[in-house]
Each structure stands twice: as C-alpha cells, then as structure tokens.
Ligand binder design. Structure first.
Ligand SMILES: Nc1ncnc2c1ncn2[C@@H]1O[C@H](COP(=O)(O)OP(=O)(O)O)[C@@H](O)[C@H]1O
Ligand SMILES: [Mg+2]
Length: 390
C-alpha cells in the first residue's frame, strides 16, 4: 500500500498534535501539513496552501465547540480538493452531526477521541477502494476464511481453495493467521519460518526475503505458516497492513486462514479482502456464531463482502436459507458436501482433497474457486476446463 499523505485540520493545539502522532503511528500514512484554522471561504489562503500538498486524505477535527465551522470546512475542502478524501473525527453521540458531516462530503466519520487502529482501518479501506479491478491489476486479491466456531472447516476450505487457485492460476499463496497454524499439517510441509518471522523482519521485507520465509508445496502453492505455539508478542494491525502490502504485490490470489482468530489483525485483513468467507454448519449455534463474527469483522466497514459457506452441508427439514441470510446479513455463497472419511484421511495423511482426484468435495471447492474469480478479466476459460478434468 503506497503511503498516504494527510493534511490535518484542528483548532485545538493538543488535539492537532495528537492527531499527527496517531496518523504517523499507523505507518501507512504521514502528516504533510497541520492547520490550526478552518477555511471560511473558497478563496481562503489555507485552502491554497493545502492544495499545494495534494494530500490523499484531509482529516478534520470536529470539536464540540466548533461544529459549525468544522462542517463548513469539510464542505469547502471537499469542493476545492475533489481528489482528496475528507475524514472527520468527531463525537459519535449525535447522529444528526454524523449525517450532516456525511452530507458535507465526509468519506469516513471516525470516533473522537480516536485511536491509531481506527485511523489505520479507515486508511486501509481508502487504499483498498482505490485499488478496484483495472486500476492496479498487478496487486493480488485476498480471500479471508474464518469459521463461525472452531471445527467448522475453515482450514480445510482455505487449504483446498488455495490449491484450486494455484492449479488454475499458478500464482497463489496461503497465509496462516490462525492462533495455532494447522495449514502446514494439512499440506504435509515442515516450514522453518512463520508469519512472526516475516513480521519481525518487516523493516527489510522485500519479495525475496518473504519468499525465503515461505514453504513451497509440490503443487507450487506457497505457504506462510502459522505459529506452532501461541505467540507471546502480538503484532500490531499496522504490522499486518505492511506484511499484506508486500504479499499482494507478489501473488495473484492470497487465501488467508484466520480460523477462529477474531482480533484487530483479522479485522484489518478483512478490510483488505475481496471476500470474507464465514464457514458455518447449518445448525442454530453455528449460524448464531456466524452472525456475531460478521458483525464483529464488519463493524467498521461495509458488510457486502461477507458471505457464508455452509460446510458439511445436508438438506435439513425446516432449515430456511432465506431467513438465515436475512438474520446474518450475508448471502449463502456456497455449500460443501459432508464427506467425513475423505476429509479426515486427507488431513491425517497430509494429502489434501484437491490432490486426490475427482471427488464430489474437490469439485465443490474448485467450483468455489471458479466462482470467486469469475469476474476477473484475465481469467481464461481454458484454465478451468483443464483443471476440471483432474
Ligand atoms: N466437508 C467436510 N465433511 C466432513 N468433515 C469435514 C468437512 N470439513 C471439515 N471436516 C472435519 O472437521 C474437522 C475440523 O476442520 P478444520 O478445517 O480444522 O476446521 P476449523 O479450521 O474451522 O477449526 C476436520 O478435522 C475434518 O475432519
Ligand atoms: Mg483451523
């Protein structure tokens, strides 16, 4: 993610300093100018000065005693700097104020007092939205796989989806973000390095160093493995932002196995993802959990990238899919059949389903891979027809 330049507007001296520290602390953005006055008219010199910096983001502080002037400033800045995204930092307790700020042209409304994580998530969302297909096609797409609850099949889906994408497109990576990494076991790999080595070396992480941290499966899939023991040091969300920035520059498709990990890292990676697949079973407890997971991960962004994958699917009398979708707020995107013997022997032997020929479950997962990439312009039909004969 290219570093974003930010212009800060805050009349309060302390708040100005705090915002600058928080912006710079995200390490994906830096403050280029800091202003103590709000513009009052289009020809205000502060507008010209700001234009000279061509900031990606303009951060306007809405202080409780300066609401009118801050809203006026948002309107003017939005009008005079149409290529910059205006973010407001203000109180969440006044819904009318949030609506007015949005109407004035605010792209993100962030709670005041704010945190580095809130700002980071907003910056990542802005970068991701600017990276829509066609604009920067060399950057890979991320698919994040989480489970509704442990044992739903996130790792099974992530491993086999990554293999299916590798088989069809020859440029896929699997990143294991689960609290305890199981992907290496599924793939029968013995990685020397893990995600934490990549994070520890972020300051010098380039494509060749990242490559040396990854384990290569004999089908060509590259794995950045998860920890074999719970980690004592928790990397920050900005560390993950930088790690993924390098990864998306290297692979066309990146599958992330988050399994049961629900924290700011998964939320950040979700914000970067093309799709977030929640793996659930068609029972009440699993679907209830799926709803909670979608709510947590989607709290600070749009929910339209979330989808349900029903694993171990069987037709159950009385199970109403439309009602489920409405309750969870995400569509059922795919159904994967229940094949306990095939799946458990695949895991036990370390020979994934996709390597075991033409089973119903392997066809289902390659169908999912095909569905997820169907709108990608460069995807050649032949790639899939070859793959389907496996
Ligand atoms: N489609 C399926 N059919 C039958 N059993 C499955 C299926 N998918 C997963 N399983 C079983 O569920 C267990 C948990 O799967 P796993 O992928 O480790 O889940 P998670 O990562 O969500 O905890 C596996 O050991 C496997 O035996
Ligand atoms: Mg798992």
């Amino acid at each position: 993610m290219p570093e974003l330049s930010v212009a800060v507007f805050a009349t309060d001296h302390d708040q100005r300093a705090v915002l600058q520290v928080l912006v710079d602390g995200t390490s994906v953005a830096h403050t280029v100018c800091s202003n103590s006055t709000m513009p009052l008219a289009a020809n205000d010199p502060v507008i010209r000065r700001t234009q000279a910096f061509t900031p990606d983001v303009i951060l306007v502080d809405i202080a409780t005693d300066g609401i009118t002037s801050a809203l006026r400033a948002v309107e003017l800045l939005h009008q005079e700097l149409p290529d910059s995204a205006v973010f407001a930092v203000g109180p969440m307790t006044q819904p009318q104020l949030i609506v007015s700020a949005m109407r004035a042209g605010v792209r993100e409304y962030i709670e005041r007092p704010t945190t580095t994580t809130d700002l980071l998530e907003a910056f990542v969302r802005l970068s991701a939205s600017r990276r829509k297909p066609g604009r920067e096609s060399s950057r890979g797409k991320v698919f994040t796989i989480v489970n509704a609850k442990g044992g739903s099949g996130a790792t099974t889906v992530a491993v086999n989806l990554a293999l299916a994408l590798q088989s069809a497109h020859h440029s896929a990576a699997l990143v294991d973000l689960a609290p305890l990494g199981h992907c290496a076991l599924h793939l029968n790999l013995k990685p020397v390095f893990t995600v934490s080595d990549a994070i520890t070396n972020l300051h010098r992480l380039d494509s060749s160093l990242l490559d040396s941290f990854m384990a290569r499966h004999d089908r060509g899939l590259q794995l950045l493995a998860g920890p074999a023991a719970p980690s004592a040091i928790e990397p920050s969300a900005s560390d993950f932002a930088r790690l993924f920035d390098t990864i998306v520059g290297l692979f066309r498709y990146i599958v992330v196995d988050a399994s049961s990990r629900l924290d700011s890292a998964t939320r950040l990676v979700s914000n970067l993802s093309e799709k977030i697949l929640i793996i659930a079973h068609a029972d009440v407890a699993s679907l209830w959990s799926a709803g909670r997971v979608a709510q947590y991960l989607g709290e600070s962004g749009s929910r339209d990238r979330f989808a349900l994958v029903l694993n171990r699917y069987r037709k159950v009398a009385g199970f109403n899919e439309t009602e489920t979708e409405a309750a969870i707020g995400a569509p059922v995107l795919w159904r994967i059949p229940n094949q306990y013997f095939a799946v458990s022997t695949a895991i036990d032997r370390g020979v994934p389903l996709m390597q075991q020929g033409n089973t119903e479950i392997a066809r289902s997962i390659s169908g999912l891979a095909e569905y997820l990439t169907k709108d990608d312009l460069e995807v050649k039909r032949t790639a899939w027809s070859l793959f389907k004969t496996v």
